[in-house]
Design a protein around this ligand. Structure first.
Ligand SMILES: [Zn+2]
Length: 130
């Protein structure tokens, strides 16, 4: 099982990575400050899942989004609220080359599947209750 992290643990992970992962790396070629469809420039084999925001005791996580001030889903300013969509479906992935952290999940299902990725920034994480 991948380790579950709550908002506080996620912030701690992100802060640690921000201190350590400062080297230039191919994973930053496409800016991922907001959600993006996984760019072709990204070598997936570099990414390792180190934690998950999916709760084992919640098999049907909500599709509600946390969007204070009506901030858009795609915005680099959008908060990362682990209990809300899409963060409640995300894995936390580490670039094995530089140590930067990313959130990933798969949008849609059936005919429409889009793998999305966003850089994890500690200052965007908010512990918003449902
Ligand atoms: Zn990297």
């Amino acid at each position: 099982m991948t380790r579950y992290v709550d908002a506080a643990a996620l912030i701690a992970l992100a802060q640690q990575a921000e201190l350590n992962a400062t080297a230039a790396c191919s994973c930053t070629k496409t800016p991922l400050d907001g959600w993006q469809s996984q760019p072709l420039s990204l070598d997936e084999s570099q990414l390792v899942e180190i934690a998950t925001l999916m709760r084992e005791d919640d098999p049907e996580p909500t599709f509600a989004e946390y969007r204070p001030d009506n901030v858009q889903y795609w915005s680099p300013e959008a908060p990362i609220a682990p209990r809300y969509f899409p963060y409640n479906r995300c894995g936390v992935w580490e670039c094995s080359t530089c140590g930067r952290l990313y959130l990933r999940y798969t949008e849609g299902g059936g005919y429409f599947v889009d793998r999305r990725i966003r850089a994890l920034k500690s200052e965007r994480v908010v512990d918003a209750g449902l």
